[in-house]
Design a protein around this ligand. Structure first.
Ligand code: 5AD
Ligand code: SF4
Length: 436
């Protein structure tokens, strides 16, 4: 087979995977391949997530569906966290997979593609000391809102989580590299940058912490908004909290997963924070930035979770009044300590708890959105809506705002928020803050 001319990358899971997917696309484009959205690409990369139930099974069934009606198939790369977890096993389970490439090795994808085109299968799940970032091409074009990975991996070893195994040890990218990539993104059109890391607020380099990095980026004239995710409660230091008070470009939004509102469960999860320390952090953050939107992650049905433990989770939800949240049923991940703990919770109970938790979370997010009605806020337009003349953008609190406007993608407009929907807001244009 000759080298593929077209490729399609499908990313699942977290924003880190979205970022990796973009970088893989840039790598392949730099080798002369072009992106093909249709089903018929010569090369398909499945950039998988391993965080929850049946992730691997789902990946294999996705691979199975790549065979075409005439019996031929594209070159297939299994990438992401399932690739890391399965390694060489993947090609034993599915003959259709030509390449298995982990999240720390994808800079080698073009060479692996050339091998695969010559009929040779390959596996690369190394976590090389030399950073993949050094081997990736410069960023050229960017949408108005760009992701920038600054930190990878995790040393915290929460007992339910696969990330320390799939993404490896916690490492911070060097400050100079991040600053250079941020400049490229801004030159390429980004007006908002979201700094990404599994423990982004643990980032440090050359004596700087995340607050220092944010302050540096805030000095870029054309960059208007800075965000970061995901933070760990124990790394939420005073300097970062202070940045929320005095860096106007740092958006009033903090994703700070708590997972559970019960101290015994937090201990069993090895979370290294308590409900009290978490609530104290939230109070400090709110003091620094009273209008901040807090979002969180929750797991229901962790092994040993009693009705009382679950009730404590509902209480912390009421106390924090989350503006947004992600909630999941506990899923035993092979190889993690919690998977072999006693007291695994039956599915029926997990279903019931998840429904109750999500109903409570929805009450708070609806109330948060309703509380914004009447405000005039800057909206960064990032998508075209479905109705004629409709555009969609983001408020400072990361809400989607629907607007009728002839402003284009990348414009920042002032909008009065007129009505709250369950997961978004409607607004009307006040004035065009800036032209495209
Ligand atoms: N089961 C259920 N949810 C999980 N998460 C991580 N691991 C698991 C698991 N084994 C959730 C956590 C984390 C989010 C990214 O996914 O809430 O914050
Ligand atoms: Fe999924 Fe975690 Fe991997 Fe992201 S890092 S893709 S959430 S397993």
């Amino acid at each position: 087979m000759t080298l593929p001319k077209t490729y399609r990358i499908k990313s699942f899971g977290c924003q880190m995977n979205v970022y990796d997917g973009e970088r893989m696309a840039e790598l392949l484009s730099a080798r002369g391949m072009t992106a093909a959205d249709g089903e018929d690409a010569d090369l398909v990369v499945l950039n998988t997530c391993h965080i929850r139930e049946k992730a691997a099974d789902k990946a294999y069934s996705d691979v199975g569906r790549l065979t075409r009606d005439d019996g031929s198939k594209p070159l297939v790369a299994l990438a992401g966290c399932v690739a890391q977890a399965e390694g060489a096993e993947a090609q034993k389970r599915s003959k259709l997979i030509d390449m298995v490439v982990g999240p720390q090795a994808y800079h080698r994808l073009p060479e692996m593609v050339a091998e695969a085109a010559a009929g040779r299968k390959s596996v690369d799940t190394d976590m090389p000391a030399i950073s993949k970032f050094d081997a990736l091409p410069r960023r050229k074009r960017s949408g108005p809102s760009a992701f920038l990975s600054v930190q990878e991996g995790c040393d915290k070893f929460c007992t339910y989580c696969v990330v320390p195994y799939t993404r490896g040890a916690e490492i911070s990218r060097p400050f100079a590299d991040i600053a250079a990539e941020a400049e490229q993104l801004v030159a390429g059109g980004a007006r908002e940058i979201t700094l990404l890391g599994q423990n982004v607020n643990a980032w440090e380099s050359d004596g700087r912490d995340l607050a220092g990095l944010i302050r540096h980026l805030a000095s870029f004239g054309e960059l208007e908004r800075i965000r970061y995710t995901t933070s760990h409660p124990v790394n939420m230091g005073d300097a970062l909290i202070q940045a929320h008070a005095d860096v106007p470009k740092l958006m009033p939004y903090l994703h700070l997963p708590v997972q559970s509102g019960s101290d015994p469960i937090l201990k069993a999860m090895n979370r290294s924070h308590t409900t009290l320390s978490y609530l104290e952090t939230i109070a400090k953050v709110r003091q620094a930035r009273p209008d901040i939107a807090i979002s969180g992650d929750f797991i229901v049905g962790f092994p040993g979770e009693s009705d009382e433990d679950f009730a404590a989770t509902l209480r912390i939800v009421d106390e924090v009044r989350y503006a947004a949240a992600f909630s999941f049923k506990y899923s035993p991940r092979p190889g993690t300590p919690a998977a072999s703990m006693e007291g695994q919770i039956p599915q029926g109970i997990m279903d019931e708890r998840l429904a109750r938790l999500q109903a409570r979370l929805a009450e708070h997010s609806t109330a948060f959105n309703a509380g914004c009605v009447g405000r005039t806020v800057p909206v960064l337009i990032d998508r075209v809506g479905r109705k004629p003349g409709q555009m969609i953008g983001k408020s400072p609190w990361l809400q989607s705002v629907f607007l009728s406007t002839d402003a284009g993608i990348g414009d920042m407009v002032d909008a009065r928020l007129t009505h709250a929907l369950p997961n978004s807001l409607g607004g009307e244009l006040v004035s065009m803050a800036e032209a495209a």
